[in-house]
Design a protein around this ligand. Structure first.
Ligand SMILES: NC(=O)c1ccc[n+]([C@@H]2O[C@H](COP(=O)([O-])OP(=O)(O)OC[C@H]3O[C@@H](n4cnc5c(N)ncnc54)[C@H](OP(=O)(O)O)[C@@H]3O)[C@@H](O)[C@H]2O)c1
Length: 265
């Protein structure tokens, strides 16, 4: 059995029950991290936790939480700290991407997406930073998106705006954190094979029907590598890198129109 004297660093991962979050958990367990896995589907989390305990002798705690509920970020942070462990790595991965026109979307669903994609990520980051800064050590990985590089995403407008927020926040925070020993990284995947497109309806868009999908394991591996080397942004894959550059080139109206075409059903 592995020594359980808590000498391994601890990573808190939101949205670890499937897709990119589950793969980030696997990648960190291989690197001998202990883990706290959070999401709503407890059974999925427990199954992953058992896999990682068996394969890597990792210490894994599961926390079932609907992070789009009011006050959820603080509750998760408090539950994570109850074992007396410090969080060395925070992975803000939980997110949803609702597809469809703004005028047709359910007001509450959109509000929940904004809370999950932006507010929870920001609050957890704020809760993690004081301890990390005091220890002069810590890594934060924010799962943004290629969408964050695009000027706008007609057809997934609010989702694209939330990911623009995550990318902007991460870039600014990276500057604020220079020289502190704490780093923050935005992982910006393009279309990736997970449950994301089925959950939010993006599977119906041309973007997901026409473009090649990256494997979640590939996107996660790039994110973990980038985070551990302290990079500010990580865009996995050369094709996605081209799309990221394209989104930042003028005229921005052209990129907006192109995104609108790709986000049509
Ligand atoms: N797949 C893509 O093409 C793609 C591209 C760029 C960026 N991303 C980003 O990657 C991140 C992970 O998504 P994914 O692609 O891996 O999709 P996914 O397989 O659907 O995973 C989403 C994760 O978020 C969790 N989650 C959703 N709503 C939640 C809530 N209210 N409370 C707590 N957890 C919640 C889900 O767990 P439960 O359902 O169990 O709660 C799940 O673990 C997201 O931030 C997404 O925006 C995805």
């Amino acid at each position: 059995m592995r020594d359980k004297s808590n000498t391994h660093p601890l990573a808190l991962i939101t949205g670890a029950s499937s897709g990119i979050g589950a793969e980030i958990a696997r990648a960190l367990a291989v690197r001998r991290y202990d883990l706290v896995l959070a999401a709503r589907r407890t059974e999925r989390l427990e199954r992953l936790a058992e896999e990682l305990r068996r394969a890597h002798l990792a210490s894994v705690m599961v926390i079932a939480a609907d992070l789009s509920a009011a006050g959820a970020a603080r509750e998760l942070w408090t539950s994570t700290g109850q074992g007396g462990r410090e969080v060395d790595v925070l992975v803000n991965n939980a997110g949803v991407g609702l597809a469809g026109r703004v005028a047709d979307a359910d007001v509450e669903s959109v509000a929940r997406m904004m809370r999950l994609n932006m507010e929870v990520l920001t609050s957890l980051t704020q809760l993690a930073l004081p301890g990390m800064l005091q220890r002069r050590r810590g890594r934060i990985l924010n799962v943004a998106s290629l969408a964050g590089f695009q000027p706008a995403g007609p057809g997934m407008a609010v989702y694209y705006a939330t990911k623009g927020f995550v990318l902007s926040l991460t870039r600014a925070l990276a500057v604020e954190l220079r020289g502190t020993g704490v780093t923050v990284t935005a992982l910006c995947p393009g279309p990736t094979r997970t449950e994301f497109d089925a959950v939010g309806g993006a599977a119906r868009t041309r973007l997901f029907r026409w473009l090649p999908l990256m494997e979640a394991e590939t996107a996660a591996a790039a994110g973990v590598r980038g985070m551990l080397t302290g990079r500010t942004t990580v865009v996995p894959g050369w094709f996605n890198k081209l799309l990221a550059i394209g989104g930042e080139l003028p005229p921005r109206a052209l990129a907006t129109a192109l995104n609108g075409l790709l986000l049509r059903e």
